[in-house]
Design a protein around this ligand. Structure first.
Ligand code: ADP
Ligand code: MG
Length: 169
């Protein structure tokens, strides 16, 4: 069908919190209004930290904090860049509840990042960028490994692999 997936996801090593902010900002340069990013990774993996970096890259001025209790926050971008719709789907049971948040119109004009979105939000749009953030087994090691995988026509010709060789600190 129309489904498309890069065979080898882009893999990015992100050593620190600051590096995750830099990575998110660099990724934001590749993102457009209407894009949907589904972030996965266990609690504390760095999904919200990634959202902060994307916010930096879009010129968001208000603090990007976890939308755990409000489910979604909308942030304006700056200088013609798209805004950021930041969703926490952890408490959502279904895509229908996401649709009930009535974000459609905002999402057209923004980059939408959905924490815990995998398994719920794939059907929101024909295309989505999946970002999986993994920690190493050693709790003393702050390094995260980030896997980026685009699904659908939006990502067919997008090469995100340059992100894996960026100097991040
Ligand atoms: P999540 O939203 O996935 O639950 P958060 O982004 O809220 O995770 O929390 C991640 C925590 O881990 C933050 O306190 C952040 O400062 C810390 N951290 C340490 N190293 C990293 C790293 N390399 N990338 C992202 N966050 C990191
Ligand atoms: Mg979070």
């Amino acid at each position: 069908g129309d489904e498309w997936v890069r065979v080898l996801p882009t893999r990015v090593v992100v050593p620190t919190t600051q590096a995750m902010h830099s990575f998110g900002a660099a990724l934001a340069a590749e993102l457009r209004a209407g894009d949907i990013v589904l972030a996965t990774g266990d609690l504390g993996a760095g999904k919200t930290t990634l959202a902060q970096g994307i916010g930096l890259g879009l010129g968001v001025e208000d603090p990007v904090i976890s939308p755990t209790f409000v489910l979604a926050r909308r942030h304006a971008g700056a200088d013609g860049r798209p805004g950021l719709v930041h969703v926490d789907a952890y408490r959502l049971g279904s895509a229908a509840e996401l649709v009930d948040l009535d974000l459609d119109e905002t999402m057209d004009q923004a980059v939408t990042l959905i924490e815990w979105g995998a398994g719920i939000a794939e059907d929101l749009a024909g295309s989505h960028l999946d970002i999986d953030i993994r920690r190493s087994g050693d709790p003393a090691d702050e390094t995260r490994v980030v896997y980026l995988e685009g699904f659908g026509p939006r990502w067919r010709d997008v090469d995100l692999s340059p992100l894996s060789v960026l100097p991040l600190d």
